[in-house]
Design a protein around this ligand. Structure first.
Ligand SMILES: Cc1cc2nc3c(=O)[nH]c(=O)nc-3n(C[C@H](O)[C@H](O)[C@H](O)COP(=O)(O)OP(=O)(O)OC[C@H]3O[C@@H](n4cnc5c(N)ncnc54)[C@H](O)[C@@H]3O)c2cc1C
Length: 237
């Protein structure tokens, strides 16, 4: 029986042939095991998910309790920024060097199989591990806060009043490097068992996307034309 080439051999062969080699996981804990064919570790795939989303779930454990909290974020280059009040428990914990696990999930559709068992969800998701580092320099904090605002509403910081020093001081800002991340993507229809294909049951997909509704102006803003980034808001931008 022919022995399959090791991953290292496959990489060496691809390098010899000058082929592109898909990057693997940065660590063992970041390696997708279940449905590994759905995994992507390249920066482009990870950033595409991070850039389309703007809410993550921030997980961390202390003294046997695990918290997973939803929070906004922004990405700039190889960094994810998190922010909150200086008294924020999660951020205070991360400032002490506790390991963080950040996940971002985009829902692309519901997948209805003929059998209840094979129902699924189409998604793109990212899991990011690491230790976050607090920002102290007020200018750096202001810049990171602007990254978060512009990540959620691209173009907004150019119009909004700038973040004051006092506001930056009252805000904890953390930087999490994107160097231990995995993306996982499910696409396509249901995978029914062959014996179920003839069942008289509708099967297929309900595609889904996050879409804005009509903007609502604040009292006093009736005479102000909504900027294009408001009236044409969409994700990805
Ligand atoms: C919207 C949504 C719904 C899902 N529903 C279910 C469900 O009902 N049941 C179910 O079993 N699974 C579901 N999954 C998949 C789930 O996220 C896990 O991938 C799966 O359960 C395998 O878990 P595991 O612990 O065996 O992962 P493993 O493959 O052992 O995880 C190892 C490592 O792979 C990476 N990884 C794992 N999952 C993901 C992911 N989703 N995105 C990015 N990186 C990842 C992480 O770095 C993790 O540490 C769903 C995913 C999404 C996004």
């Amino acid at each position: 029986m022919k022995t399959p080439p090791s991953a290292a051999t496959a990489v060496e062969t691809a390098v010899d042939r000058d082929e592109a080699v898909a990057p693997g996981p940065a660590s063992d804990r970041a390696r997708v095991r279940r449905m590994a064919a759905r995994a992507r570790y390249d920066r482009q795939a990870v950033e595409a998910v991070l850039d389309e989303g703007f809410v993550c779930h921030l997980g961390f454990s202390v003294d046997g309790t695990t918290w997973v909290l939803p929070t906004a974020y922004g990405r700039d280059g190889d960094t994810v920024y998190l922010h909150g009040a200086v008294g924020n428990h999660a951020l205070a914990t991360l400032r002490r060097g506790v390991q963080a696990c950040v996940t971002v999930t985009l829902i692309d559709g519901l997948v209805l199989a003929r059998s209840a068992f094979h129902h699924s969800i189409n998604y793109r998701s990212v899991v990011l591990f690491g230790v976050a580092e607090p920002l102290h320099d007020p200018a750096e904090k202001r810049r990171a806060l602007e990254v978060i605002v512009d990540h959620v509403v691209p173009g907004r910081t150019a119009d909004a009043r700038a973040i004051a020093d006092s506001e930056a001081r009252a805000t904890a800002v953390l930087r999490l490097p994107i160097d231990e991340a995995s993306a996982k993507v499910r696409t396509g229809g249901p995978v029914d068992d062959p014996e179920d294909l003839a069942l008289d049951v509708w099967a297929g997909q309900i595609p889904m996307a996050l879409a804005p509704r009509r903007p609502v102006a604040e009292p006093g803003c009736e005479g102000i034309e909504p900027p294009a980034y408001v009236s044409s808001y969409r994700r990805p931008a």
